[in-house]
Write a protein that binds this ligand. Structure first.
Ligand code: NDP
Length: 472
């Protein structure tokens, strides 16, 4: 008998926590997983948390589907990539027109669009949903970015809205647009997350190696910053990470962790799509590159042996400079991220609501922060797409860009890598100057390729008379 409000397939970390969250909010969730052992583990956990009355474990896929009330909403939370396509094929024979598959993993938005287009003629709805907040978020309230079939969204809206994080009584779940819109926004969210994390790490490097601060001292600074304009989840957890002590050695744990960062792809996708659309997202690109360099530990050690240790004389930047530099860098990075979203919206006809996106990022997700509230207000007022020209952010940038400049300059002379903050500064300087240097580039392009250039008042496809360099 169909008694479940919703179904969920994939009971690894994210799926099992989402299912428990759904059950806790009073909805009945049928659950299924390829390996039976995970269903057993989930059932035991649901029992331990007193939620077993709202969960229906099903070992057989057909039986699982029949347990969900029609029109069915079935979440799949399996490994991204081929497993999602496989799962769709397995589900299809059991579904009826009007049912919907809600894919909540970290899928590439073009895959989501493809699956949406594939299922539409079959009258099966497809929702590609970005879920941010990790394990904790999935269990207690993530930020949920929904894209895909709008009609079927309404069938699942009550459940998804209820399980999302809340900010001032508003749910951090919203329908953003058709096709791959939800996964696109999640991808850019992750790109921004890369930028935030890298900038924080760069500032930590100056504290540690330039100001000679201990991990504990750094932790105190991040805790203090979390009370001010930088208030955010990532600043908060940075304080905790720097504070942690290794049980075995009594040393700060952070000093024992190898300086090699991993990545799973969403940062790279953000950088690629930004480049493809011609929108500069230098902070995201810098952050992705920094992770790649970090992973080449052996090469770095060998290069250090050639060049010698970096000459890190004590720097004269202050903690206040670092705080303001981080704020300025973050604003540039978010300005870039939202500009990428705005362009994708235009190119794909998604009509992505920028104010709503900023709103649903205010709680639950990894980049939640105080200034997203200001960003959503700015977009609600219909302000310009680039936050760097929105009055509230102009005021912050005017107050903070000198500090960013001072920190980047100190990094250059003190031999600190600052790939992300310096990229943010260069973008800011490029964006705010009326007269750039691309006139020279156009001259060069015309010299070797007759690409033409424009002169105000004289036309746009002009050519120079250049000397021949052939044979020289
Ligand atoms: P994993 O990405 O580790 O995937 C494991 C799950 O996928 C298991 O349920 C597994 O089933 C199932 N699976 C793998 N291959 C297949 C297949 N061919 N057919 C059917 N089922 C299959 O799980 P996570 O919970 O970590 O993540 C789920 C999704 O959420 C991923 O897309 C991930 O990128 C995304 N995500 C993860 C976050 C995190 O913090 N972990 C945060 C936000 C999103 P079985 O038990 O049988 O092996």
């Amino acid at each position: 008998m169909a008694t479940a409000d919703i179904g969920l397939i994939g009971l690894a970390v994210m799926g099992s926590n989402l299912a428990l969250n759904i059950a806790e909010k009073g909805y009945t969730v049928a659950v299924h997983n390829r390996s039976a052992s995970r269903i057993d583990e989930f059932t035991a956990e649901a029992k331990a948390q007193g939620l077993e009355q709202n969960t229906i474990p099903k070992y057989d896929l057909a039986d699982f589907v029949q347990t969900v009330k029609a029109p069915r909403s079935i979440i799949i939370m399996v490994k991204a990539g081929k497993p999602v396509d496989d799962m769709i094929e397995q589900l299809l024979p059991h579904l009826e027109p009007g049912d919907a598959i809600i894919e909540c993993g970290n899928s590439l938005f073009t895959d989501t669009q493809r699956r949406f287009d594939y299922l539409k003629p079959k009258n099966i709805g497809y929702l590609g949903v970005g879920v941010s907040g990790g394990e904790e978020g999935a269990r207690h309230g993530p930020s949920i970015m929904v894209g895909g079939s709008k009609d079927q969204w309404h069938n699942a809206e009550a459940v998804l809205t209820a399980i999302a994080a809340q900010f001032n009584g508003e749910s951090c779940c919203a329908y953003l647009g058709e096709g791959g819109a939800g996964h696109f926004v999640k991808t850019i969210h992750n790109g921004i997350e890369y930028g935030d994390m890298q900038m924080i790490a760069e500032v930590y490097g100056v504290m540690r190696d330039g100001l000679g601060m201990s991990a504990k001292e750094c932790a105190e600074v991040f805790k203090k910053w979390n009370q001010g304009p930088l208030n955010s989840y990532l600043i908060e957890i940075t304080g905790h990470v720097l504070d942690a002590v290794d049980d075995q050695t009594g040393k700060p744990l952070v000093e024992l962790i190898l300086d090699k960062a991993g990545q799973k792809g969403t940062g790279v996708w953000s950088a690629i799509v930004a480049q493809q659309m011609g929108v500069p997202a230098t902070a995201i690109e810098g952050a992705v590159a920094a992770r790649s360099i970090s992973s080449r530990k052996d090469e770095r050690v060998a290069a250090e042996a050639i060049y010698g240790k970096p000459n890190r004389a004590k720097t004269d930047v202050t903690l206040e400079d670092l705080e303001k530099a981080l704020l300025a860098g973050k604003i540039v990075s978010y300005a870039q991220g939202f500009a990428v979203i705005a362009k994708a919206s235009e190119e794909n006809g998604w009509a992505l609501p920028l104010a709503t996106i900023a709103k649903i990022w205010r709680a639950g997700c990894i980049i939640r922060s105080r200034f997203l509230d200001q960003m959503s207000s700015a977009y609600e007022k219909g302000e310009a797409v680039n936050l760097l020209v929105v009055p509230d952010f102009v005021a912050i940038m005017k107050d903070s860009h000198l500090s960013l400049r001072k920190v980047v300059a100190a990094a250059a002379t003190g031999e600190f890598p600052m790939i992300c903050l310096s990229a943010a500064l260069s973008y800011f300087d490029s964006y705010r100057q009326g007269q750039g240097t691309a006139n020279l580039i156009q001259g060069q392009r015309d010299f070797f390729g007759a690409h033409g250039f424009e002169i105000e008042g004289r036309g746009s496809d002009l050519h120079g008379t250049w000397p021949s360099t052939l044979g020289k």
